[in-house]
Design a protein around this ligand. Structure first.
Ligand code: HEC
Length: 186
């Protein structure tokens, strides 16, 4: 083989090697493929159903996606309520912003109990170089009455089960949904 050709092949291999980890990192920055990252709340498979609100084997709220891509009602509500209450800081689709971290990333680390604790009681990280304040929503029914819905939406995003943007197909509203929300709102 001519010297210049060997050189070109070597260069091409180097470019490929350099590009591969980058492509993997880009993929990880958005939703990871299902099953890629361990869900800290455990297996998200839905085993329980209370009027369209699903729970996993450990009793945590979870999402349910039909084979045709239809998401459960609460995951759809979660998208709407996330967008209304959290997006201004945490960015569209849970992906983070300059103000607040990605919640798609956070839910690869936080389990359901830690999520509820943080949203209820808030969190602060204030130092000379930064001032990050997560408000406490514990007294805000507009958030607390939808907390499980917001959680299952973000859990589905973190698990790579739901794409960016509004879910295209959402299961019908469960018969008792309005009464449940009214009772919570008081
Ligand atoms: C006013 C801006 C703001 C709003 C609105 C807001 N957050 Fe936050 N949130 C933050 C900031 C800033 C942090 C990082 C705090 C820190 O690092 O101490 C944070 C942190 C969090 C964390 C912890 C992330 C981690 O890795 O530990 C969770 C969970 C969270 N927010 C959920 C929510 C949810 C759910 C909503 C909507 C109901 C919401 N936030 C609305 C600013 C906000």
């Amino acid at each position: 083989m001519q010297e210049w050709r060997r050189h070109m092949i070597g260069l091409a291999a180097l470019v490929l090697l350099a590009a591969a980890p980058r492509a993997l990192a880009d993929a990880a920055a958005d939703a990871p493929p299902p099953g890629a990252a361990a869900d800290p709340s455990g297996d998200p498979a839905a085993v329980g159903d209370t009027d369209g609100a699903y729970t996993d084997r450990a009793g945590n709220p979870t999402f349910r996606i039909a084979p045709d891509g239809t998401v459960d009602w609460y995951t759809g509500v979660g998208y709407t309520q996330y967008t209304a209450n959290c997006m201004q800081c945490h960015g569209p689709d849970g992906l983070g912003s300059t103000f607040a971290p990605s919640l798609v990333g956070a839910l690869q680390v936080l389990d359901h109990a830690a999520f509820v604790d943080t949203v209820t009681n808030g969190k602060q990280n204030v130092s000379a170089s930064q001032e990050l304040v997560m408000p406490a929503f514990g007294r805000n029914p507009n958030v607390m009455c939808y907390l499980d819905a917001i959680y299952v939406y973000l859990r589905a995003r973190a698990d790579g089960a739901v794409e960016r943007g509004p879910p295209q197909k959402v299961a019908p509203r469960p018969p008792g949904y309005s009464a449940t929300v009214d009772a919570c709102m008081g």
